[in-house]
Structure formats: structure tokens, C-alpha cells
Design a protein around this ligand. Structure first.
Ligand SMILES: [Fe+2]
Ligand SMILES: [Fe+2]
Length: 297
């Protein structure tokens, strides 16, 4: 008996590949026909990273170890960010968010896959080892008793408005001192996506206020200190051991003290004015992350 069967699990298909696309971390792929579709998704924003231009070979072992540690941490954060946007998408669907907000949120998760791939490859460049971030997922605040709109906007504030907006400010400052061409291109590529990830949140927040009125403003005001603290916890986290020398800085790394100052000015100059423009009371936000906090380390 002959059957017309679909080849559900064939060899890796050459279709969908092209000569100009180089998989970022090919050893992290499945080895199945999905790879070609994955390439299509990852090519969506064509940025060519000059991988072979890396100047890592000129660094000392200590500098390479420090950089491998940081790029590995970054890969962990990007990997978790995939799940952050997946969970946020659930909240947005539950709240009947507009289609453009939902699709951009899901696409942001795909962007984070690409960011994870790039950071994993950067870590490999410095360490010489093929290492994946540990398995895991991010947990977002979940209060089933509150209105779905409030739940969605609270997590949007945390994930997108505060976290991604801070990411754009710290990435742009880090990029400014990075001279290694590979690190520079990777940071630039990630930065350009994070700008859209931040815009997604500010746009949804404005929309939520338009449809939800005073209740939304109140929910946003309650969430603000929690969201600011959530990102401050990341800024305050211990760093990989090793000195941040000028050589290390040239490959995309700042000191924790510098990052505190950037977060402080991001709160004062970007986040607080943004929330105020939407009519959200900001309480003691500026004072909480003022000079005392910025210079505490
Ligand atoms: Fe990212
Ligand atoms: Fe992002």
C-alpha cells in the first residue's frame, strides 16, 4: 500500500537559506527542517555582524575571562527576556490588547532569541567554549484578582517602559566607549531592537490610559516603584570577577558604578518625565534613585 505522506521530519532543508546568511550560533540549532524557517525569522532585520573582525586575540587571558563572564551574563538575560515577552503576551491577550501591540510583543520575543544567539557567540569568542545559558524563565508579578487591563499595564511598565528603556540608555552609553568592531556591531544591533521594545510599552500605556481612565492611572502609580526597584535590583547585582580595564571597556563593558549613574539619570531624565507626561504620579522616584543611590557603591 502506498500512502502520500508529508515528510514531517526530513533532512535539514536548504530552502530558505541564502548565501548571505550565516547562522549566528549554528551549534545551538536543532538540526531539523525548522532551521530554514528560523533563518527567515532571524534575517528579518538584516544586520551583518563582522564576526571575523574581532580583536579578542590581542587581549590578555584575564581580560578575556572578564569579557566572557559579562557576555555570558548578557546571554542569560537575553534568554530570560524571551520568556518575559511570552508571559507579557499572555497578559496582553487576556486584556484584549490591540493587535499591533500583541504582534509586536510576540516579535520582541523573537528578537530576544537573536540577542541570545549573538551574546552566546560573543561569550564563545572570549572563552573559546560553547556554553548555553542555564534553563529558566522569568517570573512576572501575577495578581489574578485584579482587572486584566491593570495586570497587563503593570507588567508592561516593568518589562517594557522601565526595563527596556533603561536597556537603551545603558546600551547606547556602552556602545559609545566600545571600539572593537564586533562588539560594537552586536551592541548596535541589540540597541536598535530594544528601542522598539521600549516604544511598545509606552504606546500600550497611553492606550490603556485612554480606555481605562482613572483606575489605570492609579494602577500605574502603584506599579511604578515596584518596576523601578525591579530594574535597580539588576543594576545592583554582583558582577563577574575581574578588573574593568581600558582594554576590557573597548569590548563593550562598563563598571557597576557607571551603570548606577546611568540608571539614576535615566530615571530622572527619561522615565519620570515620560510617566508624568501621561499623568501618572511619580511620588519619590527621583529622590529614591538620586545622587545618594547613584554613588552608593
Ligand atoms: Fe534583548
Ligand atoms: Fe528587549
Amino acid at each position: 500500500m502506498t500512502t502520500n505522506r508529508i515528510d514531517l521530519l526530513g533532512d535539514v532543508d536548504e530552502q530558505g537559506r541564502d548565501a548571505t546568511y550565516e547562522p549566528t550560533s549554528p551549534w545551538w540549532l536543532s538540526g531539523t527542517p525548522l532551521e530554514a524557517e528560523h533563518h527567515r525569522l532571524m534575517r528579518r532585520r538584516p544586520v551583518s555582524i563582522p564576526w571575523s573582525a574581532t580583536t579578542a586575540g590581542a587581549l590578555t587571558d584575564a581580560a578575556r575571562a572578564r569579557l566572557a563572564g559579562t557576555w555570558m551574563r548578557r546571554s542569560e538575560a537575553e534568554y530570560l527576556a524571551i520568556t518575559t515577552f511570552s508571559v507579557l503576551a499572555i497578559d496582553l491577550v487576556a486584556a484584549n490588547a490591540p493587535a499591533d501591540v500583541i504582534s509586536l510583543c510576540l516579535r520582541a520575543g523573537i528578537d530576544e532569541v537573536r540577542h541570545a544567539e549573538m551574546c552566546i557567540r560573543m561569550a564563545e569568542i572570549y572563552s573559546g567554549k560553547r556554553q548555553l545559558p542555564p534553563p529558566g524563565m522569568s517570573s512576572l508579578p501575577d495578581d489574578p484578582s485584579r482587572p486584566k487591563l491593570h495586570q497587563a499595564l503593570a507588567n508592561t511598565m516593568l518589562v517594557s517602559c522601565v526595563s527596556e528603556t533603561y536597556a537603551t540608555t545603558v546600551l547606547s552609553a556602552t556602545r559609545d566607549l566600545t571600539t572593537d568592531p564586533t562588539a560594537q556591531a552586536v551592541l548596535t544591533s541589540i540597541y536598535s531592537d530594544e528601542v522598539m521594545h521600549a516604544r511598545l510599552g509606552w504606546s500600550y500605556l497611553r492606550h490603556a490610559i485612554e480606555i481605562g481612565g482613572a483606575g489605570v492611572i492609579e494602577a500605574a502609580a502603584q506599579m511604578l516603584p515596584i518596576a523601578l526597584r525591579g530594574v535597580a535590583n539588576v543594576v545592583e547585582r554582583e558582577r563577574p570577577v575581574g578588573e574593568v580595564t581600558d582594554a576590557v571597556r573597548a569590548h563593550g563593558l562598563m563598571t557597576p558604578a557607571e551603570e548606577r549613574v546611568i540608571y539614576s539619570s535615566c530615571v530622572r531624565e527619561v522615565l519620570v518625565p515620560g510617566f508624568e507626561a501621561l499623568g501618572i504620579p511619580v511620588g519619590t522616584s527621583v529622590a529614591d534613585y538620586g545622587d545618594v543611590w547613584a554613588h552608593a557603591s
